[in-house]
Design a protein around this ligand. Structure first.
Ligand SMILES: C[S@@+](CC[C@H](N)C(=O)[O-])C[C@H]1O[C@@H](n2cnc3c(N)ncnc32)[C@H](O)[C@@H]1O
Length: 82
């Protein structure tokens, strides 16, 4: 089923998965996407997010940090979050 994440969620189910989507949007629009799910959430429903996180600066080795900055962020993580 097609769903535009900037519209209110109308499908009612037990589990929702948002996978590798938040990396494409700034924080304000990620918040809007999450808000749009709320009307459909039943008691006990799970809203799962699968996305990539990077440690804050200094949180990994210099080699890994350079790899993330030069390769991972430009290709896969337009909006990396820690
Ligand atoms: C990085 S891909 C992730 C795809 C999939 N979730 C996965 O894990 O392989 C981001 C997806 O968001 C979809 N997308 C972009 N704008 C959207 C919108 N407004 N509503 C719903 N999906 C959207 C794109 O079509 C794309 O498939």
């Amino acid at each position: 089923m097609l769903y535009g994440c900037f519209t209110t969620q109308t499908v009612t189910t037990d589990v929702y998965l948002i996978k590798f989507c938040f990396q494409n949007w700034p924080d304000s629009q990620c918040v809007q996407i999450l808000h749009n799910q709320v009307p459909a959430l039943r008691k006990g429903a799970l809203l799962m997010v699968c996305d990539a996180l990077v440690p804050p600066p200094g949180g990994m080795s210099l080699v890994d940090e350079r790899t993330v900055k030069c390769v991972v962020v430009p290709i896969f993580l337009p909006h990396p979050r820690s």
